[in-house]
Design a protein around this ligand. Structure first.
Ligand SMILES: [Zn+2]
Ligand SMILES: [Zn+2]
Length: 96
C-alpha cells in the first residue's frame, strides 16, 4: 500500500518533521500530549476517532461478514437503505 507519497510527516503544531507516521504519532503523544486512539483489531494508532472508525470500516469489516447475516434473522421488515447499498457495492467488488 503506497497511500503516502510524502517523504516527511510534518507536525501541525510545531512543524517538526518526522520520518514516518509512527514517529509522528509518538511525537504528538509525547510532546503535545495529543490523545491517540488505537484500533482494537490491529493496533494501528490514529489522531482522531473518526480516522479510526474509517479504518475499522475499511480494513476490518470486509473480513467480518457476520453483520450481514444478522439481517436474515431479523424480523424487522425494512432493512436500512445503507445496508442495501453496501450489498450492491460488495457484489460489484466480487465481480470485478
Ligand atoms: Zn510537534
Ligand atoms: Zn485495524
Amino acid at each position: 500500500m503506497n497511500l503516502f507519497h510524502r517523504t516527511k510527516y510534518e507536525c501541525d503544531q510545531c512543524h517538526e518533521k518526522l520520518e514516518n507516521y509512527d514517529s509522528l504519532i509518538d511525537h504528538m503523544r509525547s510532546i503535545h500530549h495529543h490523545p491517540i486512539v488505537k484500533c482494537h483489531g490491529c493496533g494501528k494508532e490514529f489522531f482522531h476517532e473518526k480516522d479510526r472508525l474509517h479504518h475499522v470500516r475499511e480494513e476490518h469489516e470486509k473480513k467480518v461478514d457476520q453483520r450481514t447475516h444478522k439481517w436474515e434473522h431479523s424480523h424487522d421488515k425494512g432493512a436500512s437503505p445503507q445496508e442495501e447499498v453496501d450489498d450492491h457495492t460488495k457484489n460489484f467488488g466480487n465481480n470485478f
